[in-house]
Design a protein around this ligand. Structure first.
Ligand code: RIB
Length: 277
């Protein structure tokens, strides 16, 4: 089975500070640190780390489908993913946009504020995705988030679902997707804030997984408690959850076991600085 991750790759510029600034205020921070991020690539790294979660014996492949700039950050990122067991042939190098960049502010409690300049991520086209997914097999997982062009997301979901793939859509950062597309996803994954936005929009998802931070996560009848750990940095915890969940589902895990695996991955993630292990 293959987990196809269709999404963003960013370089994260991370600043740690005692507390986040208020509007108009200046605060001093620790030294700026450059890390690998982007919700798509974070999820791909988490998926590639996940092994042996279900009943399927054969190893799971993780393939990243996305776009980076023709720059140092883009080259470094492709090398990095390969070293983490993620296939990168479908990561396109584009000439007219820089690799995506996120500025991340993390306070002493480990809570973050994130601003993303998508750059090359917005150059990914539906044709790139359908070409990359040419050997998509029945039962493969296609995992998406919303840091790429939303038309590409919508078209990919329709295309992949028609071909028998299981689509997992993480609505982060939140945007409304067409109702007929949301029903094709199993599951739609949202955190508490995204869940509130989804409810306000009146959209219905028959398969909805809500992550609730320290309250754990819920998917239909199944609830899994969070793990109690020392939180250093929450950046990428949702991505670790989604990536591990997708890999576990690809490996044949049921809802309960896939959520337990995902919960463990998110708990591991918050114990280190940066989005990726
Ligand atoms: O979810 C965390 C990620 O959001 C960061 O890595 C940043 O790049 C943004 O995409």
């Amino acid at each position: 089975m293959t987990v196809w991750v269709v999404g963003s790759l960013n370089q994260d510029l991370q600043l740690e500070m005692e507390r986040h600034p208020r509007t108009g205020e200046t605060v001093l921070t620790a030294d700026l640190v450059r890390r690998f991020g982007g919700k798509g690539a974070n999820q791909a790294v988490a998926a590639a780390r996940q092994t042996g979660a279900g009943t399927h014996a054969e190893p799971t492949r993780t393939v990243m489908v996305g776009a980076v700039g023709d720059d140092e950050a883009g080259t470094a990122y492709r090398d990095r993913l390969q070293a983490r067991g993620v296939e990168v042939d479908a990561v396109r190098v584009v000439e007219d946009s820089p690799t995506g960049t996120a500025v991340i502010c993390v306070d002493a409690a480990g809570d973050n504020m994130i601003m993303v300049s998508p750059g090359a991520n917005l150059q990914l086209r539906t044709e790139d995705v359908t070409t990359a997914l040419a050997d998509l097999a029945d039962g493969d997982i296609v995992l998406l988030q919303l840091e790429i062009d939303h038309d590409v997301v919508v078209e990919t979901i329709r295309w992949a679902a028609e071909r028998g793939a299981r689509v997992v859509a993480n609505l982060a950062p939140y945007a409304d997707l067409p109702p007929e597309v949301l029903v094709l996803c199993d599951p739609v994954v949202v955190n508490e804030h995204e869940h509130a936005q989804l409810r306000r929009s009146g959209l219905d998802c028959p398969s909805l997984l809500v992550t609730l931070g320290t309250e754990g996560s819920t998917w239909g009848e199944v609830h899994v408690a969070a793990r109690t750990v020392e939180v250093v940095d929450t950046t990428g915890a949702g991505d670790a959850f989604c990536g591990a969940l997708a890999a576990a589902l690809a490996q044949g895990a049921d809802r309960q076991s896939a959520m337990e695996v995902a919960t463990r991955a998110a708990a591991d993630c918050v114990q280190h600085v940066g989005a990726q292990a």
